[in-house]
Design a binder for this molecule. Structure first.
Ligand code: AMP
Ligand code: GLY
Length: 441
């Protein structure tokens, strides 16, 4: 049976960063998309498309109910979830109550991302390869576990993960017992993570530290059938050569040249299908994006984490490689038509996304700095995506840590890099910073 999509669709996009800017760009490529409403979106998404793209700055992504009601009022035919907070707050459930097709899992299924303990238990029950782990439900048992690991098992390092959502800040890699003790204090007792995210550290996962190649494996699923995207690599460290503090991502490249078809088949058979089948068997079918953070050790894939949304900045690179319609893929995902969905990807192209960040990033970036050169850069063969900008008069100012994303497609990484950095040098504000080694592998 062929996929039946209305001739005109009004689409909602939840979120307001670079990932959502990429989704808006991809949707605009389909004439059937009559209008896009973003919650909250960003003025920069609208450049050149003021008639089709609307923003709702008063409705942030966390306002799950409000977004559902507004989607109903606006008669949206499809809503695509960006960040996990919307899903964690039950946004997809509310939209389904209103019978509005949505790309994103239920609140219960979103626990794959919102609770490390939930994810680990599912991995265990489904035999999904993942680093060895133990779970502590109080600081004393966490101390016992790390003592046992360092003293008895003689590990060189281990990873501490707060159970709940902590804006990506709940993971600590400890290279000594002292660091592990400090980490437990930070997450469970009275450190910064505990103070900022008091609910996240009720449980702690102590995990084996794995060294290998990290890659982001993304699929869309309607709960049964699965379409996978090209595998991307996210440069998480703040500075060149993977130095400096962990960030939300300073850039991405893909398809990952290290990712062989055999590896892809292993990941599908051992990780992705078991997770999706496990969720169905538990009565919580997973529908939406499943993005598995993988560590490849000696050719074998391990699931480090699962996210229930597209990666940022992976999405910015992935979507321009989609040759067929993004609307069709989203429609199939939301309405259960993935069995007939065969998305086409450019097999002879690669993509790079470069993040232009504030000087202070990953600390909060200075806001209100005038950005120059956006117009000139957008004349070049790149996409300029607004991730953390704000409109000010006729121009834009900085409004966050990751301010602008520059995305280029090329026949190879050399060509894509040339395009990305050629455009990036046009964009300036005081303290603008980027890594200069994105896409070098
Ligand atoms: P997560 O929030 O689980 O993605 O963890 C953040 C980052 O910590 C990951 O992207 C990895 O770079 C690193 N990490 C997480 N778990 C492990 C592990 N078991 N071994 C090595 N590195 C890890
Ligand atoms: N690229 C990392 C993330 O989206 O979580």
């Amino acid at each position: 049976m062929a996929l039946v999509i209305p001739n005109e669709v009004k689409v909602g996009v939840v979120g307001g960063g670079g990932r959502e800017a990429a989704m808006v760009e991809a949707l605009l490529g389909d004439k059937r998309v009559k209008r896009i409403d973003c919650f909250p979106g960003r003025e920069g998404y609208r450049i050149g498309h003021e008639d089709r793209v609307q923003c709702h700055p008063d409705i942030p992504a966390s306002y799950a109910s409000k977004i559902a009601f507004r989607s109903r009022d606006l008669e949206l035919g499809l809503v695509i979830a960006g960040p996990e907070i919307f899903l964690a707050n039950g946004g997809a459930d509310k939209l389904r109550e209103f019978r509005i097709p949505v790309v994103g899992p239920s609140k219960v299924a979103a626990q794959l991302e919102t609770s490390k303990v939930y994810a680990k238990r599912l991995f265990l029950s489904q035999g999904v390869p993942t680093p060895a782990f133990e779970i502590a439900n109080n600081p004393e048992s966490a101390i016992q576990i790390v003592n046992r690991w360092f003293e008895g098992k003689k590990v060189d390092a281990l990873v501490l993960k707060a159970d709940g959502l902590a804006d990506g800040k709940g993971v600590i890699i400890a290279h000594s017992l002292d660091q592990a003790m400090a980490g437990i204090n930070n997450i469970m007792v009275d450190g910064l993570i505990h103070k900022t995210y008091p609910d996240a550290g009720s449980f702690l996962v102590v995990e084996e530290f794995l060294e290998g190649h990290e890659a982001s494996f993304t699929v869309w699923t309607d709960g049964t059938n699965i379409c996978d995207a090209p595998v991307f690599v996210d440069h998480k460290a703040a500075f060149n050569g993977n130095q400096g503090p962990n960030t939300g991502g300073m850039g991405s490249y893909g398809p990952d040249p290290q990712f062989t078809p055999e590896l892809r088949d292993k990941v599908m058979a051992r990780i992705v299908r078991p997770i999706i089948e496990g969720m169905r068997a538990e009565g919580h079918p997973f529908q939406g994006v499943l993005y598995v953070g993988l560590m490849i050790v000696k050719g074998e894939p391990y699931a480090l984490e699962v996210n229930v949304r597209l990666g940022d900045p992976e999405a910015q690179g992935i979507l321009p490689l989609l040759k067929s319609s993004f609307l069709e893929l989203m429609w199939a995902c939301a309405t259960g038509g993935m069995d007939v969905m065969r998305p086409e990807w450019y097999s002879d192209k690669v993509a790079i996304c470069l993040v232009l960040a504030s000087k202070e990033y990953p600390d909060p970036g200075q806001k209100g700095l005038w950005i120059q050169g956006l117009g000139k850069a957008s004349q070049l063969p790149v996409q300029i995506l607004h991730a953390g900008t704000k409109k000010d008069g006729n121009g834009f100012v900085t409004d966050g840590g990751r301010v602008v994303n520059v995305v280029a497609v090329g026949r190879d990484f050399g060509e894509a890099r040339g395009r990305v950095y050629g455009a990036a040098k046009e964009i300036r504000w005081p303290g603008v910073r980027c890594r200069t080694d994105i896409g070098k592998g």
